[in-house]
Design a protein around this ligand. Sequence first.
Ligand SMILES: Cc1cc2nc3c(=O)[nH]c(=O)nc-3n(C[C@H](O)[C@H](O)[C@H](O)COP(=O)(O)O)c2cc1C
Length: 205
Amino acid sequence: MNITVAITGASGAIYPQRFLNHLAAEPGVSRIQLVASAPGLRVLHEELGGAVTLSNVAERLVEDGREKVEVLSNNDVGASIASGSFPVDAMVIIPCSVGTLGAIAHGISRDLIQRAADVMLKERRKLILVIRDTPFSLIHLENMRLLTLAGGTIFPAIPSFYHRPGSIEDAVDQFLFRVMTHLGLKPARAYQWKGSKGGIAARRE
Ligand SMILES: Cc1cc2nc3c(=O)[nH]c(=O)nc-3n(C[C@H](O)[C@H](O)[C@H](O)COP(=O)(O)O)c2cc1C
């Protein structure tokens, strides 16, 4: 698979950091196009510390399998992924700001991330937006609705707790495994709910 990963200026540097490492470790993933907005790089800097720039972002985020990652400039609207003729299987915007959500939902295409996402929609390919903000305004919700109608998947950064995560990393990983499963991958450590005897039935006993 050839996957585009975009980082925008929403909180949650841990999401793209761990996601990129999980993706790079997948034998089924041969190439990753990585693009970050300027606010995206700024949030990485705020949350990870140290300078994070276009030239060191792959080094800062990816430990093993970095040779699979190609970093593209968000200013380069002529990059490969700006054209539908370039074969990309899926694009994941992680985290996705509500600003980028709005731009994509309205077809603005003013930078590479917005254009590449627009291409995914027009080519009827998989586009996943890991939205992060709270609370949501009606504008955000309407944009999510529009994006969903256009074929995108809103995948809010909302980890689950029923698998009883022992750490933030564990909670984040299980969330990321859900995203990867949506991409058609089979992450080995993905938790699967097998049903339970709890709930109403148990309480009646
Ligand atoms: C430290 C920091 C955290 C932010 N967190 C969020 C957030 O969680 N969600 C969001 O939508 N915007 C957040 N923003 C604001 C966006 O970065 C800002 O709206 C930016 O213009 C988004 O641009 P982009 O979508 O091109 O990356 C944050 C900004 C900073 C500096």
